[in-house]
Unconditional design. Structure first.
Length: 311
């Protein structure tokens, strides 16, 4: 059974998964996230900030060391929205290769969406979940991916340039935000989701939210003092839950939000924008609730990696 590792370099977070991949699916042995905010100031400057590069390189060094220490036979790395949009992404990618010998594949928004869908769909299959229509909502720092399918079949995938970091930096200038800033953010997110088609088919449909914004919102609803993946999977998010969180967060400065149970340090300034994105997704598809999963792009990467010895 090969032990493989995947690193997902996001706009806000660098994620690592080390897993054994066998006939029954993935058995993660290590799953880590480091908030490095690679996309700091990117929406305004179009360049990666030197401090953000330094933080992210340090996070990658830690993840690479953990992957090696865990016995991973292969390590793959992908980059998403920040590296798709930054003019100086090549500087960062060259430095990663020089320091770590790691080639980072910068993937399109559509490929990011496909990997996320595969991770969720195959995870549900491994858990014995019923085959039914599926929507996956992957809220990142720089973009949001929405994917529709059934079972493992993917029907469409869209990448929207709305993310928690991007929208915070563009709209929420004051802390806490002024009402016109907040309403402009909501209008922008709503307009982005209005471009999406309806999921095909008939019958019941499940909406599954993945990535740090959604897991954080579920942890906040549950009032978790420590991260608990099983508790998060048991905590659905309804529109009313998100409305209550948004109302509370919008009145609080970022520093005060750190006192809220379930909120991971490093997300306090961007969680309001993330909650708005989640609420607008539920509204667009008229969903009564969404479940939350800790599966993500990194798991999709591992499913697709060749085994050691393959050419």
């Amino acid at each position: 059974m090969p032990r493989l590792a995947a690193i997902d370099i996001g706009t806000n977070t660098v994620l690592l998964c080390v897993a054994d991949r066998g006939p029954g699916g993935l058995a993660p042995v290590s799953d880590r996230a480091i908030i490095s905010r690679l996309g700091q100031g990117l929406d305004r400057s179009a360049d990666l900030h030197p401090d953000a590069i330094a933080r992210t390189l340090a996070a990658l060094e830690r993840h690479a060391a953990e992957a090696a220490g865990s016995g991973a036979a292969r390590v793959a790395a992908v980059g998403t929205a920040a590296l798709r949009h930054a003019r100086n992404a090549g500087v960062f990618l060259d430095e990663v290769k020089r320091r770590l010998g790691l080639e980072v594949a910068v993937i399109s928004g559509e490929e990011e969406a496909r990997l996320a869908f595969e991770a969720v769909a195959r995870g549900r299959e491994e858990e014995g979940a019923a085959v039914r229509r599926l929507l996956v909502l992957d809220i990142g720092g720089g973009s949001t991916e929405v994917i529709a399918g059934e079972g493992r079949r993917l029907d469409w995938a869209r990448s929207l340039d709305v993310g928690s970091v991007r929208l915070t930096e563009r709209f929420l200038i004051d802390d806490p935000p002024l009402a016109p800033q907040f309403h402009a953010l909501v209008a922008h997110a709503r307009a982005a989701f209005a471009t999406l088609p309806e999921p095909p088919g008939e019958g019941p449909i499940d909406l599954v939210g993945i990535a740090g914004t959604n897991t954080t919102l579920a942890a906040m609803k549950a009032g978790l003092e420590a991260y608990d993946a099983e508790a998060i999977r048991r905590t659905p998010l309804a529109p009313g839950d998100l409305d209550a969180l948004i109302a509370r967060l919008s009145r609080m400065p970022a520093a005060a939000r750190l006192a809220l149970p379930g909120l991971e340090p490093g997300r306090e300034d961007v969680i309001l924008a993330g909650a708005v994105i989640a609420r607008e997704a539920l509204a667009r598809f008229r969903m009564a609730a969404m479940s939350v999963s800790d599966r993500g792009v990194r798991h999709g990467v591992i499913y697709r990696m060749p085994s050691p010895g393959d050419t």
